[in-house]
Ligand binder design. Structure first.
Ligand SMILES: O=C(O)CCC(=O)C(=O)O
Ligand SMILES: [Fe+2]
Length: 136
């Protein structure tokens, strides 16, 4: 799901949508050695405990979230949190700060009964300054 090829496809789509010069985003992020994947498992929230992911923006270029059928991911829009509908096997593509096109504030809350699992691929840019905005 997350390979240099899939990142290139997304880059090409955004490149065109943003009306950038041909190959601009591809050349902006030529070094793929900063890409990485993580797998997260959120245990169900209890009355006293929650270990979800607090609100943050991703500091990379693009984030690919392969989600299961348990909800929790939310995106801030016009001052309100919008739940992302969980569709098992679907991939959510998030724009990171390194692209600086639209900052996407999001968080992951926990359901009370279900354990959410996600696999996340970060298409990242060389340079620590771009990763600095990533808060957990
Ligand atoms: O687990 C998710 O659905 C989102 C994770 C996330 O936002 C992140 O790792 O930056
Ligand atoms: Fe994130």
């Amino acid at each position: 799901m997350f390979t240099p090829e899939s990142s290139s496809v997304v880059e090409a789509i955004f490149n065109e949508c943003l009306d950038l010069p041909p190959n601009f985003l591809h050349e902006y992020n030529l070094d793929r050695s900063w890409d990485f994947m993580v797998s997260l498992s959120y245990s169900p929230a209890t009355e006293t405990e929650s270990n979800g992911l607090s609100e943050h923006q991703d500091g990379n270029c693009f984030t690919f979230v392969l989600q299961d059928d348990v909800g929790g991911l939310e995106v801030l829009k016009d001052g309100g949190w919008i739940p992302v509908i969980p569709i098992e096997g679907s991939i959510i593509v998030n724009i990171g700060d390194a692209i600086q096109f639209k900052l996407v504030m999001h968080e992951c809350t926990e359901e009370e009964k279900n354990n959410r699992k996600s696999v996340i691929g970060f298409s990242s840019k060389n340079g620590k300054e771009n990763m600095g905005n990533r808060q957990r």
